[in-house]
Design a protein around this ligand. Structure first.
Ligand code: ATP
Ligand code: MN
Length: 480
């Protein structure tokens, strides 16, 4: 058997008592031909491996270079140095894989996040990305645990879809037809997708919601957690072309039930990461504090990362209606001094991210749930309120991120739903299967979508969404 090793995280949690162990990992640094900082990805804390001078041949020593992989067997002893509680006194060292120090792209120094994005295949081997991706894992695990504890069914909705009715965003087409102009055509010259692989035109999904509702109206409560795709050409720090979304759908929920669930969910997964990834979050807290030192005073966050997370977990989210939000924005000094790039034109306008961030960061200084938006700026499936102009929608806005959740109570009344679809030119024939849930035993129900990467951004304090997904897909970029 090859793999009889202890992970460094587990070892560092023990007391050093002359135990004999085998570790494996990658060299971060090697000083004075004596001290190896070894990392195996289980934690950001390196294990200090100590080599007795003269004990190991020169041929071995010169192969201990940055990012070389090693198997080290040795004895654990209390450290004489200050930085760590234990050393591993090496008895034997095996080089598993050499790493040419001249060619290895990541030097043992601080690199910019932009530089590391170009080296995304190796950036997991840095402290920052080690911490980010362990936290991402913890959050993903917590998502499943939260819903599982509550009896939700994890439903895998399709990635390839034929419906283009949802209107959540621009879509990527899926086709096997030739791109060289020889694809079969209709009489009017347009492409004949009846000849395509699925016998119709298909796309990558922008959301699993509509299929999710089919599950909710049988199981009661379901959630999806999978990749979604939007061909939106928005090169922002909050948009990806491929991102992961969590979409719970619940029968017998109204808008308030929906908000309660979303708030409890967000607090739960943040709390989980705080409990299970304290070291990583501490590291990221320090990283962010360092980074913010470079910013002018007024651009710095008022709270550190850990303080912010604790604050979010411990405090109720602010809940206001869209109409109240417009009033607050209109009356704000920020607006009166004409500091918004997009003017507050009044009721009915769509909120821009600068408006959302003003509400969250300047006015309330906490997460905000905005509800009851004008019907005209929301999707067809949202439940129509009795005022005849708003729908039972809710968005959750988070400090530093803006919109993190979008959801609503769904329109369960067939006549209201089809009337709205007609107004919005959405053909009923295409969504016959969706409408069947309203035909056969319809129920009040609700749901929301949480962009997973935005959540990871919020918890890790990373400014750019490209730095919280392993291999980001954005306009003009699909490396690795
Ligand atoms: P935005 O206004 O920020 O573009 P949206 O209104 O298009 O968001 P929804 O369609 O409601 O968003 O999607 C649900 C959630 O998915 C959003 O709240 C957000 O967290 C996330 N999200 C949406 N688009 C993207 C994207 N391109 N990349 C990453 N996450 C996204
Ligand atoms: Mn969008």
């Amino acid at each position: 058997m090859f793999n009889k090793r202890i992970k460094i995280k587990e070892l560092l949690a023990q007391e050093p008592a002359s135990q004999e162990v085998t570790v494996m990992g990658w060299v971060r640094t090697f000083r004075n031909n004596q001290f190896i900082a070894l990392n195996d990805g289980s934690t950001n804390n390196h294990l200090q491996v100590v080599l007795e001078l003269g004990k190991f041949p020169e041929e071995i020593l010169k192969r201990i270079t940055t990012s070389a992989s090693l198997r080290v067997q040795g004895i654990v002893e209390p450290s004489l140095g200050k930085g760590q509680k234990m050393d591993l006194k090496a008895v034997s060292i095996e080089i598993l894989g050499d790493s040419d120090a001249e060619k290895y792209p990541l030097q043992p120094k601080k690199h910019s996040l932009e530089f590391l994005r170009e080296k995304a295949h190796l950036r997991f081997r840095t402290n920052t990305f080690g911490a980010v991706f362990r936290v991402r894992h913890a959050l993903a695990f917590a998502v499943h645990q939260f819903f599982n504890e509550r009896g939700f069914i994890y439903l895998h909705t399709p990635i390839i879809t034929a419906s283009d009715a949802e209107g959540a965003g621009e879509m990527f087409r899926v086709t096997t037809l030739p791109m060289d102009g020889t694809a079969p055509k209709n009489e009017d010259g347009s492409i004949n997708y009846k000849e395509d692989f699925f016998g119709r035109s298909t796309n990558l999904t922008v959301s699993g919601q509509l299929e999710g509702e089919l599950g909710a109206t049988a199981f009661g409560e379901i959630y999806t957690f999978g990749p979604t795709f939007r061909a939106e050409n928005s090169n922002t720090a909050r948009h990806l072309a491929e991102f992961w979304m969590i979409e719970p759908e619940m029968a017998f929920y109204d808008l308030e039930d929906n908000m309660n669930l979303a708030e409890a969910f967000i607090k739960y997964i943040i709390g989980y990461a705080m409990d299970h990834n304290a070291e990583d979050l501490h590291f990221l807290d320090q990283r962010l504090a360092e980074e913010e030192k470079q910013l002018p005073q007024d651009k710095r966050s008022e709270m550190g990362l850990l303080d912010k997370l604790k604050f979010v977990v411990d405090n109720q989210f602010e809940r206001i209606t869209y109409t109240e939000a417009i009033d607050i924005l209109r009356e704000s000094n920020h607006n009166k001094k004409k500091k918004f790039q997009y003017e507050i034109t009044g009721w009915g306008m769509d909120l821009q991210s600068e408006h959302e961030r003003y509400l969250v960061e300047k006015h309330f200084k906490k997460p905000v749930i905005l509800s009851n938006y004008p019907a005209a700026i929301k999707a067809f499936y949202m439940r129509q309120n009795e005022d005849g102009k708003t729908v039972a929608a809710m968005d959750i806005l988070a400090p530093g991120i803006g919109e993190i959740v979008g959801g609503s109570q769904r329109e369960e009344r067939m006549d209201r739903l089809t009337t709205r679809m007609k107004e919005m030119h959405i053909p009923e024939e295409e969504l016959w299967w969706y409408l069947d849930t309203r035909r056969f035993g319809t129920v009040p129900h609700a749901g929301f979508g949480l962009g997973f990467e935005r959540m990871v951004q919020f918890v890790t304090g990373m400014n750019n969404i490209r730095d919280v997904i392993a291999f980001p897909r954005t306009p003009g970029s699909a490396d690795f």
